[in-house]
Design a protein. Structure first.
Length: 147
């Protein structure tokens, strides 16, 4: 095994994409994996409050993840953060289909959200990518199409 150089790491094309057919929308969309910075921002955006008052806010989570990961042919996001509410008004089945691929490409699982909700410090800790159920009453990140 040879060790990678800094240049090799920084120039590696390591972001994955996958095209997803969305019949409800009349075609396909391209979904891209997060950069490390984007993943941290997404996780942080789900946490409200500080210390022991931290709560995980899953409001419009599927649409927010879809909006962050759907890209055009040049790799640019199709949707701004502000357009997540507009996406949230689209078909739940269509959003779930795209969400499942975004979730898979980004290694997100129910355990990730559960870890965010349990962590009481001001900064989210590293989270597991293993699948587990969310706390009772919480929407799950794992969809049946992923099983």
């Amino acid at each position: 095994m040879s060790l990678l150089s800094k240049t090799a790491i920084l120039t590696a094309n390591d972001l994955q994409t996958e095209d997803v057919e969305v019949p409800e929308w009349g075609g396909a969309v391209r979904v891209r994996s997060f950069t490390g910075r984007e993943r941290d921002a997404f996780e942080s955006s789900m946490v409200r409050g500080e210390g022991k008052d931290r709560k995980v806010d899953l409001t419009n989570m599927r649409a927010r993840l879809v909006g962050l990961t759907v890209i055009d042919e040049t790799g640019q996001r199709l949707f701004t953060d502000e357009e997540a509410d507009l996406l949230g008004a689209k078909s739940g089945a269509a959003l779930d289909r795209v969400f499942a691929i975004a979730q898979k490409l980004n290694g997100l699982s129910g355990a990730d959200v559960e870890e965010l909700s349990k962590n009481s410090s001001g900064v989210p800790s590293a989270v597991s990518t293993s699948a587990s159920a969310l706390p009772s009453g919480s929407p799950t990140l794992i969809t049946s199409s992923n099983a």
